[in-house]
Ligand binder design. Sequence first.
Ligand SMILES: [Zn+2]
Length: 199
Amino acid sequence: MGNVTEVRIPAAEGRAFRVPNGALLEIVDVEGQQVADFISIIENDPKEWLSATHTRSTTLRLNLKVGDRLQTNWRRDMYEVVSDDVGMHDLITSMCDARRYRIDYGVENHRSCRTNFTEALAPWRYDEWQIPDVINIFQNAPIHADRTFGNEIPTSKPGDKIILRALVDGIVAGISACPQDLNPCNGFHPSPILARILT
Ligand SMILES: [Zn+2]
C-alpha cells in the first residue's frame, strides 16, 4: 500500500471511479453529518452489483460493523469492513431521486443521488435503470422496537470515515454526497465527501 488516489465529491454531487481488488477504500465525511450514498458495479458484467438486500440477508443486521462482508446480488463477497468511526449506516432506504422531491416535497429540478450516479457513470455507458441498490454510508436510521425506523441527523463528525477492502476484480464504485436538504438526513446542510483509494 503506497499509492493513494483521492476523489473529492463536492456537496450535492457524485463521482464514480475504479477500485482494484485488494485496495482499501476510505469514505470520509469531511464536515460531518453527511450521507455518502454508495454503489458498486462489476465493470465488465453490470448484472452483478453490490446488494444491500443480500448483505442484510447474510449478516442478519440492519447496520454494518467491522468484519462484515458486503455481498453482491450473486452472493460474492465484494467488500470487507476494515474499520468504522461511526457505527451507524443505513441498509434499508432507497437513494433520493427526482420523483422523491417532486412527489413528496413538491420541488422540481432538485439534484438527487440518482441524477448524480447517472452523470458520474456516463463514461461507462450504463443506463439510468442499471443503477443498482444503494448503501447509505453515515445515514442515521435507528430501528425502533415496533420495527419502524427513523431518519435523523447523522452522528458522524468532521473527518470520520469507514474503510472497506475490495475483495473482487473490476469494481466501479459510485459515491453521491446526498443533496437532500429537506429532511434531517444530512443535517439540513449537504456537504462534501472524500474518497481515498489505497493500493
Ligand atoms: Zn440522496
